[in-house]
Design a protein around this ligand. Structure first.
Ligand code: NAD
Length: 328
């Protein structure tokens, strides 16, 4: 428990980038997914509202990790006009509270952490569900998140090549530069060719229509569908979701705002058929059962992921004496 004299820690974006690397994010998110699956951590209902101002979407994602003693909320959203002002469109801040007293204990910048925790989520799915001999990584999407996704995924298997497709092809060279930096061959391909070559596919776009069809995907592929986090969005054919073994961060979100929402609505998948990835992490579910099974991770993004990485940032900043302190 923090004491009355501890004060409030303030951990800015630069410090988060400096302190929280991919491995720390992977470990923190994996631990909280495991806690969620055994009932030791839970998310609260998400609020997300159109402000009717600046075209912005604003909301809250919160939860409590009783096992890890982390309580808090991420608040923020999407301001589409920000890029014109040289700012990131997605803006967020994490507020952490002492679960023993309810006192605000830390304010942590959430922009970098959102990217690194989202990349950790798909990386965890690859670590647990992709075939061990996966060699080709398919990337659908080339926006802000995609580079984080690529870097984290590349560490999970002995990949040799990246094949990529994006609805806006002019964005692909930036992703190609990341692949080059980490020593992976890069090829821009059609959607069909991507499905034919890739052993693991990450989708990270803002699509509202399927970008990949079921028949384009090879048996044994692992997909991490990461872009669909709102009602109405869709990245892959619902019949692909129905045909796959589906895993997720949180089942309730998967069938309402995640990639499985469409297959759930048309009745081709039920919530009971979807497995929390935490159950695989905990060893309560065997995960992939054959080299031909198509596994699909529906990464909807939960508040507990944000709190987990923010808590790491606050702890490391405190230990290093780098955080600002304030009193409310
Ligand atoms: P971005 O704006 O930087 O990039 C958007 C990507 O989507 C680009 O690849 C772009 O070409 C593509 N795109 C844009 N409009 C499209 C359309 N109408 N149809 C198909 N594709 C379109 O965004 P980003 O920060 O890279 O985020 C990508 C997506 O991931 C967003 O939808 C975001 O909401 C989602 N996201 C999910 C999580 C999660 O935890 N699951 C976390 C963060 C972001």
């Amino acid at each position: 428990m923090t004491t009355q004299t501890d004060g409030l820690l303030i951990v800015g974006e630069e410090l988060c980038e400096k302190l929280v690397g991919r491995q720390q994010a992977f470990d923190a998110v994996q631990d909280v997914f495991a806690a969620m699956a055994r009932g030791g951590a839970w998310n609260f209902p998400v609020i997300r509202e159109a402000l009717g101002y600046a075209d912005a979407l604003y909301g809250f994602k919160s939860g409590f990790d009783r096992d890890g003693k982390v309580l808090g909320v991420k608040s923020g959203g999407y301001w589409p006009g920000n890029a014109e002002h040289g700012l990131t469109n997605h803006q967020s801040t994490v507020f952490l509270f002492d679960p023993d007293t309810g006192r605000l204990s830390a304010l942590v910048g959430g922009n970098y952490l959102t990217a690194v925790r989202t990349a950790a989520s798909s990386a965890i799915s690859i670590a647990h569900l992709a075939r061990k001999d996966a060699k080709v990584l398919g990337m659908v999407g080339a926006g802000h998140q995609s580079a984080f996704q690529l870097r984290a995924a590349a560490e999970q298997r002995d990949f040799e090549k990246v094949v990529a497709w994006n609805p806006h092809p002019d964005m692909l060279p930036r992703l190609a530069a990341v692949a080059d930096e980490i020593g992976l061959e890069f090829e821009a391909v059609s959607q069909q060719e991507l499905g034919a070559q890739a052993d693991v596919i990450i989708t990270i776009t803002s699509a509202f229509e399927p970008l990949l069809l079921k028949d384009w995907i090879k048996p044994g592929t692992h997909l991490a569908c990461m872009g669909t986090d709102t009602k109405g969005k869709m990245e892959v054919d619902p019949s692909l979701v129905a045909a796959a073994s589906v895993f997720t961060d949180e089942v309730a979100q998967s069938v309402t705002i995640g990639e499985a929402q469409h297959a759930a609505t048309d009745g081709s998948i039920t919530a009971e058929a979807i497995t929390p990835i935490g159950a695989v992490i905990n060893g309560d579910h065997s995960g992939r059962t054959s080299d031909t099974e198509i596994t699909l991770f529906d990464g909807t993004g939960v508040g507990l992921q944000d709190l987990a990485v923010a808590s790491v940032a606050a702890r490391l900043a405190d230990e290093a004496g780098l955080a600002q302190r304030a009193t409310l």
